[in-house]
Every structure is written in structure tokens, then in C-alpha cells.
Design a protein around this ligand. Structure first.
Ligand code: ATP
Length: 382
């Protein structure tokens, strides 16, 4: 078992494509870390550097306490699962899972002839491990089938099996679920979490899907243009995003951003966006930023229909009136597109609401959940 560390790691492709820019990140032993970010942000490159498939231009990569920059991939004791899991089509499931082990542990045909007893023991051990792994993944009934005789989900499990059976120090997974349909993805997500819990192997998981990141990661590292933006537990990243990018990337529907100014009146700091003017609560840093142009961030789920019972009581200071432009039913809630003066906002509204398209209604905002970002630097003021 081992943690993985990036220390000031940069990867430049060609002359000037900085795919990863001065990345410092410590992934703890047995941790499930998700690297997430939009396409091209450098997450795959970061993963490939751990695997040894790309060389770092600068900085150190450590597995455990060992600097591995110069260690060949096969000696790093890692296993990688890709989106395109490329099973061997001519081998059955059993052989697909056993292949890597045989290659590693049975040292060639001649060796097997000269070390017959030893080879027999190793083969027995491989057989036990393949069957154990298949049972763990629920594919023990398919061991004799070829990949083409399996569903996408079953194939993905064989690919996982191939990685697990080696009991590596570190798992690297690059969008391993993106070939699966939505339902199977959710199911396999849960299976992977369970598997991680029972094996306890340090895992780095790459995805562009923020929901996947939030649901799977013990911590998540959000990247943008090669630069790490924030790394923390999912709930912290959601509740205390470090900057506007993270705030907009995490959460669905996305956070609303309104151009505003911080002003002080009678000892109270307000965030003022014209039609939206709210007292700032629980944010000590806002006082020092009075006078600044800012972005007020309000998550759709921090807005409630004021006519419904909720834990946020409407007052003179936390409500606004808006016209409902579009109402999208999602079954468990509505996504309402609201218009208020020059501002457009999204709100997640509970079912049972009486709000209707083209009509005005009163909404209440949870003031404790308002985010404020410096307009220029986009860094959170908190
Ligand atoms: P995706 O989710 O689309 O896979 P990503 O976040 O994993 O994206 P990377 O694949 O790491 O991003 O790519 C980061 C940047 O490096 C991109 O601008 C990409 O075009 C560039 N890049 C990646 N591999 C190479 C390469 N072999 N040669 C040149 N540029 C590359």
C-alpha cells in the first residue's frame, strides 16, 4: 500500500502546451481521489505520469516514499483501467484476467519446463486469484465466455478484474465508466466504491463528470488548464468553493452569478446587485472588501418558493420577486428559469409549488449560502 504525491509537477507538450502546470498534490495511502475538470484540463496527463506513460517535464512523482520519475511503468506496481478497456477478443474472461499474472509470474515457457513444481504452484495460485476476483465482481459465471459474448457492463468488470487481480499498490482509472449507459454507470459507480472499501487500495480516478466526482471521491481535485484549483472533500468543495470556476463547475443546475458590489450601511455589509440586495451573514472577510466589485453566487437549491413551508423563513431582507420564464419538471423538483430586472436566475423549486410560467412570484434565499467572489480575481471572499 502507498500514497501518491505530485511535487511541483509540470508537463509540457511540444514547445508551449502546458498540460499540467506546477501540480502539487498528495494522495493518501488507501484514499480514493478523483481528478475532475473539463476536457483538456490535464487530468489524463497527470494520471499517465503516475503510470509512467508520460515523463514529467519538471517536478517529482512519488509512490510511497519512492521517487518514480525514472522507474519504468512495469516496475511501479500500479494497475490502470481505461475508458477503452481493450480486452483480448480471442481470449475468454478467465484468460483475460489471468493473462497479466501469467506474464508477470510465470517466467516463460522454458523456465516453466525447468521449474515444473514451482510453476505448478504458481498456476494454482493464479487460478485461485482469478476465481476469487471473478466472484468479487459477480462474473464467475462468465469465465468461459469471450468478450464479444458479454454486455458492456460485464466487459467493464472483466477489465476491472484484470486490474484488481494483481493487487497493485495503486489503481489508476481514466473515465472507466463512460462507455456504460446511465443506469449501469450509477450501479457500477456504487460497485467501485464498495470494491475500494473492501480492497483499500489507493485509487486515482479521472472523470469530467462532476456528479461522478462528488459521489465517488473521498476527496476531489478540480483542475483547469493544467492548474489545480482546489482539493478537498466533496462537501467542502460544494459548500466552500475556492473560486468562481469551482463554484460553477460543481453543482447541478449550476450556480447563479450576479454582478454586484459590497457596500456597508449602518455597520452592516450588504451585497448589492440592484434587484438583489442582501445582508452578508457569516462572512468575516466581506467587511474588508467593502467597495469592491464582486460576483454574488447563489445556488439554485438555495432559492425557495416563499409561499411554501421551508426551513428558511421569508423576511424583508431575504426575498425577491421574479417572473417565471420556464419551468422544467424533473419529477422530484422543478428547475425554474426566473427573470428579475436585468438578472436571469435558475432555481430548484420543490414540487407542490403553485408558481406558473409568465407569472410573478416571491422567492426566498438562504442568506447563509450566498457566495461572494472578487470580480477581478474570481477568488472567493470568505
Ligand atoms: P479529456 O477529458 O478530454 O481526456 P484531459 O483533462 O484528460 O482531457 P489531457 O488529455 O491531459 O486532458 O490533455 C491536456 C492538454 O494537453 C490538452 O490541451 C491536450 O490537447 C494536450 N495534450 C495531451 N496529450 C498530448 C500530446 N501527446 N501531445 C500534445 N499535446 C497533448
Amino acid at each position: 500500500m502507498a500514497g501518491v504525491s505530485f511535487r511541483n509537477v509540470t508537463k509540457v507538450f511540444g514547445k508551449d502546451v502546458k498540460a499540467v502546470n506546477n501540480l502539487t498534490l498528495d494522495i493518501r495511502d488507501q484514499e480514493f481521489m478523483v481528478l475532475v475538470g473539463p476536457s483538456g484540463c490535464g487530468k489524463t496527463t497527470a494520471l499517465r505520469m503516475v503510470a509512467g506513460l508520460e515523463e514529467a517535464t519538471e517536478g517529482d512523482i512519488l509512490i510511497g516514499d519512492v521517487r518514480v520519475n525514472d522507474v519504468p511503468p512495469k516496475d511501479r506496481d500500479i494497475a490502470m483501467v481505461f475508458q477503452n478497456y481493450a480486452l483480448y477478443p480471442h481470449m475468454n474472461v478467465y484468460d483475460n484476467i489471468a493473462f497479466g499474472l501469467r506474464l508477470r509470474e510465470l517466467k516463460g515457457f522454458v523456465w516453466q519446463l525447468t521449474h515444473w513444481n514451482e510453476a505448478r504452484e504458481i498456476k494454482k495460485d493464479i487460478d485461485r486469484r482469478v476465481r476469487e476476483t471473478a466472484a468479487m465482481l459477480g462474473i464467475e459465471g462468465y469465465l468461459n465466455r469471450r468478450p464479444k459474448e458479454l454486455s458492456g457492463g460485464q466487459r467493464q468488470r472483466v477489465a476491472l478484474g484484470r486490474a484488481i487481480v494483481r493487487k497493485p499498490k495503486v489503481f489508476l482509472m481514466d473515465e472507466p465508466l463512460s462507455n456504460l449507459d446511465a443506469k449501469l454507470r450509477v450501479q457500477t459507480r456504487a460497485e467501485l466504491i464498495r470494491l475500494h472499501r473492501s480492497l483499500g487500495i489507493t485509487t486515482i480516478y479521472v472523470t469530467h463528470d462532476q456528479v461522478e466526482a462528488m459521489t465517488m471521491g473521498q476527496r476531489i481535485a478540480i483542475m483547469r488548464d493544467g492548474v489545480l484549483q482546489q482539493c478537498d472533500k466533496p462537501e467542502v468543495v460544494y459548500q466552500k468553493p475556492a473560486n468562481r470556476f469551482v463554484a460553477g463547475f460543481i453543482g447541478s443546475p449550476p450556480m447563479n452569478f450576479l454582478e454586484a458590489k459590497l457596500v456597508e450601511e449602518g455597520g452592516q455589509v450588504w451585497v448589492d446587485a440592484g434587484e438583489f440586495r442582501f445582508p452578508v451573514v457569516g462572512n468575516g472577510a466581506a467587511k474588508d472588501a467593502v467597495g469592491k466589485d464582486v460576483l454574488m453566487g447563489i445556488r439554485p437549491e438555495s432559492i425557495f418558493d416563499a409561499s411554501l413551508e421551508s426551513h428558511v423563513k421569508p423576511t424583508d431582507f431575504n426575498t425577491f420577486v421574479a417572473k417565471v420564464d420556464v419551468l422544467e419538471p424533473l419529477g422530484h423538483e422543478y428547475v425554474a428559469y426566473l427573470k428579475c430586472g436585468k438578472h436571469n436566475l435558475l432555481a430548484s423549486i420543490e414540487t407542490g409549488t403553485k408558481i406558473a410560467i409568465d407569472q410573478e412570484a416571491r422567492f426566498v434565499v438562504n442568506l447563509e449560502q450566498i457566495h461572494i467572489f472578487d470580480k477581478e480575481t474570481e477568488v472567493a471572499i470568505r
